[in-house]
Write a protein that binds this ligand. Structure first.
Ligand code: GLN
Ligand code: ZN
Length: 764
């Protein structure tokens, strides 16, 4: 028999139930008892889904109210003193670390949250002290949830974050200099205690996630595996261990595999890196089991059974049936709950997808299929038919798009003239002062805007009524910019629901879901659009609003687009063609839009690429170089088809470019606006060091906070920037768009920002 396994299930529930419960609890509208009951209800429901699907190895402790790494911070009593000293109860202390706590005289900010590998999920960073100690929490969550499942009739495999990954993904707290991995000796005994407690509770097996194995590891972290896992193995009464890795291959870290000689099984991601199968098979010890991750935990496509069976059969041939487990590639956390909630997808397309619930069935079917294909003949045939329907669908393949891609030439990636020539023409054309002021695009998305958009979506107001409403919003934005005396205006983006969805809805090749939410962090969920086919632009997407805005404004109006890489990264991409191909299709669609904007009198065009950095492959080397090349080429393809006198801007919500500065420079954008108000101005040094010639607007205003900075703060910030940038090179703008702010805050802050810019204008 071949077993099936799921590495983790999404936590939110069918209708984002956990989000709603958490937010109600935070808002004082739900009691803690009721929140805990809701958590239990969700866990039981999720176990049932997996059991009903026929999954053999069902996870527990994959559930978290906020984040599973944060769970482990409490589990190991690694909570910084600033939280423990507040004497909050366990759950409130937990949320305080996740989202800060400002209530009843307590005021603590949250711990740092960062992206989980290359996904859109964010985890809370373990934040460690020089004198850090660890101990096992009372009533440890993994034991509690194992017993909860057991009582309900489910024998689960608890999921734990491995000791090495827990530390390697952490950092020293401010004021401390400890290298987290040096704390391993202290953590391992606590880990052993936990494993023993699980065993005593009846857990025969555990899944220990060590995803850092897909990274390029420092020698210290590599060396940490052996002592940790030897100590665990030597401890005796612990459950059988499966080490799980995902989001990359581990071949480059094979030298740490001996550390796992006592573990029962190794899980690898064969969706992302199927080619690691052969070398992994050779590396396994004589009795070790392979957990073969063949069902994608990161995307929403129906599994291609024929392909998965090929991999599984190769593994079985080498190891025998008893030593192969069919698994999801990673936790299903990154996929929406169930396809069954989608009532509006085109029928043809519906059949191409598989969300978390459907994926649990896929692992179970595959596990049966490798033993006896006839027992699941109907399922295999239906799968083959769905895969074929997608491959052959007119929706997937658009010959016109392919033709256009084939005709792309290298010259289509370059502006007509170099920057200094363009700049002279732009100065004459746009008549901008020194230290030009601008904003990043969006203005407050007021509740009125949301109400009108909802009415329009529901058909309660006509298109004309909605258009008139949007025009009024644009008029308001322009009036305010007149009063503020900004130099380059924006229309304010009142018509946009989301910076990717808005474009997706106007492009051929995308579909949209109604309930396919995926957790991004805490209670925040996103609903990425899905790229199903070749992408093209049937009609202009933003020209109407930008043109109107330009017609009523006396200063240059900046057009506003989401770049090709960001459109790709914040969607579920196709898996049947390379991402570079999809990105180029998006670029060609945007190229037309850029040219249409120019034709309609928009001579400053900003193409936002906030997601460029997160697409960086996890490891240095050829894959990263290749990514940067196609990402940069797509941006250029989208933006360079304009006259020299048209100014191209781009925007990024971060300021750490050190790792890939050459790529940012290669974009050849005339003006780059970046986040900087809360970062160290020293980060700008790279621009001088690399003799960056073009213009830069490092953010001078933190748009995440309602706080209005005073004039002196703006002046000081600009002064700091002038230590690194030439005066003629510096633009003055906020960190990012202002959609989450209130108008009062925006007016106050921008007014001080403009005054500060004028002050410096007089100095030079
Ligand atoms: N133009 C967008 C805005 O202003 C940019 C958003 C972003 O960078 N995330 O909202
Ligand atoms: Zn931004």
């Amino acid at each position: 028999m071949v077993k099936s396994s799921v590495l983790g299930f999404p936590r939110m529930g069918v209708l984002r139930d956990l989000k709603k419960a958490n937010e109600a609890y935070w808002g004082g509208k739900l009691s803690q008892t009721d929140l805990l009951a809701e958590g239990k209800r969700l866990r039981l429901a999720h176990w049932k889904i997996q059991k009903d699907a026929g999954v053999d190895i069902i996870p527990s402790n994959d559930f978290a109210y906020y984040d599973h790494i944060l769970d482990h911070i409490q589990l190991f009593n690694a909570v910084p003193e600033r939280y423990t000293s507040q004497k909050l109860d366990t759950l409130d202390e937990y949320f305080a670390m996740g989202r800060g706590h400002q209530k009843g005289g307590v005021d603590v900010p949250s711990l740092e949250m960062v992206k989980w590998f290359d996904s859109n999920y964010h985890y809370v960073k373990p934040t460690l002290q020089d004198n850090q100690t660890f101990s096992l929490a009372k009533d440890p969550k993994p034991v509690r949830e194992f017993l909860e499942a057991k009582e309900a009739g489910y024998i689960t495999r608890p999921v734990l974050v491995g000791p090495v990954s827990f530390l390697a993904l952490g950092k020293a707290d401010r004021g401390s200099t400890v290298n987290p991995i040096s704390l391993l000796d202290k953590l391992v005994p606590v880990y052993v205690e936990l494993l023993k407690a699980l065993k005593a509770a009846g857990a025969e097996a555990v899944q220990i996630d060590e995803p850092v194995l897909v990274y390029d590891l420092s020698p210290e972290v590599k060396a940490a595996f052996k002592p940790a896992y030897e100590a665990i193995a030597a401890a005796g009464d612990v459950p059988a261990i499966t080490i799980a890795t995902y989001f990359g291959d581990i071949v480059h870290n094979f030298d740490v595999i001996p550390a796992f000689s006592k573990v029962q099984a190794l899980h690898v991601d064969l969706v992302r890196n199927p080619e690691q199968l052969e070398p992994v098979l050779k590396q396994l010890g004589p009795n070790q089991i392979l957990s073969a991750g063949v069902v994608d935990g990161r995307n929403i496509w129906k599994n291609n059974f024929a392909k998965s069976l090929e991999l599984l059969n190769t593994a079985i041939k080498a190891l025998g049936q008893d030593r192969v487990i069919v698994a999801t590639s990673s936790s299903l956390l990154h996929t929406p709950h169930t396809l069954a909630s989608e009532k509006k997808l085109p029928e043809e397309v519906y059949n191409w997808f598989s969300f978390a619930t459907e994926k649990t069935k896929e692992v179970a079917i595959l596990a049966k299929a490798v033993v006896d294909a006839e027992s699941v003949r109907a399922e295999l045939d239906a799968n083959a038919a769905a895969i074929k329907s997608r491959a052959e669908s007119a929706r997937t393949n658009d010959p016109k798009v392919k033709e256009r891609q084939a005709a792309v030439t290298p010259e289509m990636h370059n502006r007509k003239s170099p920057f200094d020539v363009r700049y002279q023409k732009q100065v004459q054309h746009l008549k901008l002062p020194l230290f030009p002021t601008t904003t990043i695009g969006s203005f407050p998305q007021t509740s009125e805007i949301r109400i009108q958009r909802n009415k329009f979506t529901k058909g309660e107001i006509s298109e004309e009524e909605y258009d008139n409403f949007i025009k009024k919003e644009i008029d308001l934005a322009i009036k305010i910019q007149d009063e503020l005396d900004l130099d380059v205006y924006v229309h304010g983006e009142p018509e946009r629901n989301d910076m990717v969805q808005y474009f997706g809805e106007r492009l051929q090749g995308y579909v949209f879901t109604t309930h396919a939410w995926v957790q991004s962090y805490g209670s925040r969920c996103v609903r990425p659009p899905i790229i199903v086919g070749d992408i093209s632009r049937p009609a202009p997407m933003t020209v109407k609003e930008s043109k109107y805005a330009a017609s009523v404004s006396k200063k240059p109006m900046k057009g506003m687009l989401t770049g090709p890489v960001t459109c790709l990264r914040w969607s579920f991409p196709r898996v049947d063609v390379h991402q570079s191909v999809q990105c180029q299709q998006l670029a060609l669609a945007l190229r037309d839009e850029v040219q249409d904007l120019e034709k309609n009198g928009i001579y400053v065009i900003q193409v936002d690429e906030p997601a460029l950095r997160e697409g960086l492959p996890l490891r240095k080397g050829s894959e990263r170089d290749a990514y940067l090349e196609w990402a940069v080429n797509s941006f250029k393809l989208a933006t360079v088809g304009v006259d020299d006198s048209t100014q191209i801007h781009s925007h990024f919500c971060y300021s750490e470019f050190q790792d890939f500065f050459h790529a940012i420079a290669a974009l050849d954008a005339d003006v780059l606006s970046i986040e900087n108000s809360k970062s160290d101005a020293k980060l700008l040094k790279v621009f001088i060091d690399e003799a960056y010639p073009r213009h830069i607007g490092p953010g001078v205003y933190d748009i995440h906070s309602p706080r209005v900075p005073n004039l002196e703060e703006f002046k000081q910030r600009i002064q700091e920037m002038l230590a690194y940038l030439r005066p003629d090179q510096l633009w003055i703008n906020p960190d990012c768009g202002l959609k989450t702010r209130k108008w009062d805050e925006v007016k106050g802050a921008l007014s001080n920002m403009v005054t500060a810019a004028k002050y410096f204008r007089e100095q030079y």
